[in-house]
Design a protein around this ligand. Structure first.
Ligand SMILES: [Zn+2]
Length: 234
């Protein structure tokens, strides 16, 4: 490998290291807890709380109705039992029974409403639970995929680092310094491929004399437009 070829290899490795590191950051950002999963968990929690509230309301109404039924039975027992004969007292008992029955009928209406609410909230909880299960399944699939990708990226980056160290040992100190300096000035791309007479980094077509010079090999030649080191593939 001549000088420009070595620098071009170095450039290729550095670009791949750059891409690999950026992807690794993305992968690491995607690993771990997910906001979507948290949202689905909170939504299910809220739906369950609401359902429990309605179930408690329904139980209270059922208890109240049961005790009212018992009370009505005991007042009717007195009303029709024959022990009370005083007409005024009988009229009072009759009023009380009517009053209690109206209350019971109201309670029964509220109980029906509560039953409808319980059913609706049960359906809501089922649907939230199903959507959480789906999100959890997708999330764990993604985690598995990202974990595998992270492993591959880490292995690839370690390999590239080794390759880079070997190459550095083969490149002269001056060329390395020039490469580093051009990299920092030229957005991480110090070496440009020269193809069909055009610099592939800036797109400018170069004069034939410059193309020939670049082709000849050992001395470094630079793009007259973007000043990058030119490399011609053989
Ligand atoms: Zn150029």
């Amino acid at each position: 490998m001549n000088r420009t070829h070595l620098l071009y290899r170095l450039q290729t490795i550095d670009l791949e290291i750059g891409d690999g590191r950026r992807r690794l950051e993305e992968v690491e950002a995607g690993l771990g807890e997910s906001e979507e999963l948290h949202r689905a968990q909170r939504a299910l929690q809220r739906a369950e709380n609401e359902l429990n509230r309605w179930r408690a309301t329904l139980r209270d109404l059922e208890l109240e109705t049961r005790s009212l039924t018992a009370k009505i039975a005991s007042v009717e027992e007195r009303l029709y039992g024959g022990r009370v004969t005083n007409p005024k007292e009988l009229a009072n008992l009759q009023n009380e029974v009517s009053y209690l029955k109206r209350r019971k009928s109201e309670l029964e209406d509220r109980q029906i409403e509560a039953m409808v609410e319980v059913e609706e909230h049960e359906a809501e909880v089922d649907s939230k639970r199903a959507s959480l299960a789906q999100i959890e399944a997708e999330w764990s699939q993604t985690q598995e995929r990202l974990t595998a990708e992270r492993g591959e990226l880490e292995r690839r980056l370690a390999h590239l680092k080794e390759e880079r160290a070997k190459l550095e040992g083969m490149i002269g100190a001056e060329d390395l310094a020039l490469y580093g300096e051009l990299c920092s000035r030229k957005g991480g791309r110090a070496v440009a491929l020269l193809k069909g007479g055009a610099c592939q980094a800036c797109g400018v077509t170069l004069p034939t004399s410059q193309v020939q010079q670049a082709r000849s090999g050992n001395a470094l030649s630079f793009c007259s437009s973007c000043q990058r080191i030119l490399y011609v593939e053989r």
